[in-house]
Design a protein around this ligand. Structure first.
Ligand code: PHE
Length: 337
């Protein structure tokens, strides 16, 4: 009988220190399992002397009941605790502020590039592109600029080899498109161009938008109409426009297009060098020589072409005085757009 009381005490000791469900399970097996201590005692009941057997049996059954209830109680407690711990560790504080991702904004060059292309596409122009690493043939020769001709000095060129250059303008797209398509053509060709030049108004890489229209009976008046509409769309409907005679080997006649100075309204200032005008693009009627290179008959077709610098137009539109700001990635500058 004493043995039974020691058994009960040792159970109480062990179960009072257990802190986990798996630990509790081990105690359950130790006492109540098939080979457990209590089970063994019950099995051995028949070998207990008959005088004490009833009391012994009653006591061992009480202990068994006691252990069962204690284990169940303990199990419920531990389950509750574990649940509480899990809930606490998984808790999300929905009152915390979220992680802030600052919204980006379109780069000013892309913004103006999109504005330019959408004005022309609304007039029915299609977009074509050409390679930035270009054959000397398309960049110069087919545009009526032969090797060793002084006209090559107009553009400081990065040569990859004798025959390959980084394109200095988007005009080579004119010939590439004419070679593969037949008129009527109304095309703009936006893209990057490269010149070996760097100061407050020049970077070695910049963006141009080329435009050209080829069909039967295209006249200078078509060029004028398209460009005036474009300029009034992008700089405002009251912007004065002037066509000034100029020279490009691939257009004849050629004209540079000026707008009335938007800084001094034509009175004359530092930006327009007191002329009252700002040059914004080059243009002209496509030279018959270019048609011949492209395989078109100059007797059948005529056309106009123009090319503009996107950085220059952006600088004028937003009064930016240093082209390098576009490429320095200073957020104080970029956030303004
Ligand atoms: N390609 C010329 C330049 O980069 C611009 C131009 C394009 C002029 C088309 C006339 C016609 O300076």
């Amino acid at each position: 009988m004493d043995e039974l009381l020691v058994l009960k005490d040792s159970f109480i000791n062990e179960s009072s220190t257990v802190t986990s469900l798996s630990g509790l399970q081990q105690i359950r097996i130790k006492y109540l399992g098939k080979k457990g201590i209590v089970t063994a005692k019950l099995k051995a009941l028949s070998s207990v002397s008959t005088e004490i057997r009833p009391l012994y049996g009653k006591t061992i059954n009480e202990i068994k009941k006691f252990i069962e209830t204690e284990l169940d109680k303990k199990e419920a407690e531990l389950k509750k605790e574990e649940h509480k711990k899990r809930v606490l560790s998984e808790a999300i504080d929905i009152t915390l502020p979220g992680k802030y991702t600052p919204p980006g904004s379109e780069h000013p060059i892309n913004k103006v590039l999109h504005e330019i292309t959408s004005i022309f596409t609304s007039m029915g122009f299609e977009i074509e592109e050409g390679p930035e690493v270009e054959l000397d043939y398309y960049n110069f020769e087919a545009l009526n600029i032969p090797k060793d001709h002084p006209a090559r000095d107009m553009q400081d060129t990065f040569y990859i080899s004798d025959d390959i250059v980084l394109r200095t303008h988007t005009s080579p797209v004119q010939v590439r498109v004419m070679e593969k398509r037949k008129p009527p053509l109304k095309i703009i060709a936006p893209g990057k161009v490269y010149r070996c030049d760097a100061d407050v108004s020049h970077t070695p890489m910049f963006h141009q938008v080329e435009g050209f229209m080829v069909d039967k009976n295209i006249a200078f008046s078509d060029l004028k109409g398209v460009l005036e509409l474009f300029i009034h769309s992008i700089f405002g409907p009251r912007t004065p426009v002037r066509f000034r005679p100029s020279f490009f080997p691939f257009t004849e006649p050629s004209a540079e297009v000026d707008i009335g100075c938007i800084f001094c309204s034509g009175k004359g200032c530092r930006v327009c060098k007191s002329t009252g005008w700002l040059e914004i693009l080059g243009s002209g009627m496509i030279n018959p020589k270019v048609f011949e290179f492209a395989g078109y008959s100059p007797d059948e077709y005529s056309g106009f072409a123009f090319g503009m610098g996107v950085e220059r137009i952006t600088m004028l539109k937003y009064s930016i005085d240093d082209i390098r700001l576009f490429f320095e990635n200073d957020l104080r500058f970029l956030n303004q757009f």
